[in-house]
Design a protein around this ligand. Sequence first.
Ligand code: PEP
Ligand code: CO
Length: 455
Amino acid sequence: MIVMSRNDSWAPDSWQGFEARQQPQWPDEAALQSALKTVSALPPLVFAGEARSLQANLAQVAAGNAFLLQAGDCAESFEDFSADSIREKLRVILQMAVVLTYSMGVPVVKVGRMAGQFAKPRSSPTEKIGDLEIPSFRGHIVNAEAPTEAARVPDADRLVQAYHQSASTLNLLRAFTKGGFAALDRVHAWTQEFVGSSPEGQRYRQLASEIDRALRFMRACGMDTETNANLREVDVYTSHEALLLGYEEALTRRDSLSGAWFDCSAHMLWIGERTREVDGAHVEFLRGVANPIGCKIGPSTTVDEVLELCERLNPAHIPGRLTLISRMGASDVEACLRPILRAVTDAGHPVVWACDPMHGNTYSTPSGRKTRHFDAIIAEIEGFVRAHRAEGTWPGGIHVELTGENVTECLGGADALDDADLDHRYETVCDPRLNGRQGLELAFRTAELVSSVNP
Ligand code: PEP
Ligand code: CO
């Protein structure tokens, strides 16, 4: 690969002159090119105007006037794909957003890791299964997770399938969020059965009753709560890690209004911890699209690297353009983050600060299952909020992996799930997710932490 020296000219394919980590070894170049050509001829999944509204909402988060909730699967699955699973995920996101909004008194910007979150970076390109060494699973947009050599061969047809699944997921999301399902007078109806009976479910019911009372009060005062769009519709934006640059390039289109390029595969795209090198292809690609973008920063990230990333990805210092998502681990977050908060603030970069409390707290149990403990997840949010308090910055949001279903993938929570429980419903195709109850509990705890003076 030729590594070009960086200059200011950018095109949707200029990333090809830079080193792109984490790209699959597609066995059939002609099949890859044909799939990319198919995708590039398909309609955009989102429109530039929507990405611009999200950026305006995120600018409010950067200014400390709103909070970001970014949530969904670690990896969406081609198999576990149904109206029910989309609705259940949306339900828990809406519940969490209501808890955060009501308890913190600020608008919550809702962004799903949905409708395109398929590609996964891996720590190792291969995996040992007994004596056999086979390519790693890279998400359903690339290969299948079954532990066989054949299943792991990258298949370019999957790029097209991922596009179509994203389109139908987004279609249903739009229907649910604009068609009445998300109306505030249905807050009670969002509670799933398995959540309803739990302590956090009861707490939620009480909060929902208070909202009902407030709505009745507004109606009694003569306000029409039936037709007010603010009370009947919500915006849930989509996002995913922009990992497969060929796919992202194929969905990058020029906005006829502004002439700017938008990656129309999702409203927001982020760069993962494994692909955030300043001179790499991922930074090159995302610096040129006008969507709001994110960048993960892990515990080894230096202050200088973060400053360079801010300059590269948001040279015009546009508020809401860049979200820095720290994922440092519960024990490191406070010490690692504080100098970064200070330096970025001093440099005048108006970023959104979000906390991913999942990826720095993952470990394997003795039986080999990847998990995370609810207490460590909360502890990272605590450290994140403390760091912001100390530096006078706004802890702007959380970025979490969850599902609406009653899975048993993360330990702890009000149900005190333990190692043995992991065997009951461990269904993720990648990292362990919070279940509906744990998600709701996390929202209550987060609201308390962000609202308290001494987190
Ligand atoms: C992820 O968000 O699923 C992920 C792989 O995160 P990170 O890049 O922070 O490791
Ligand atoms: Co993950």
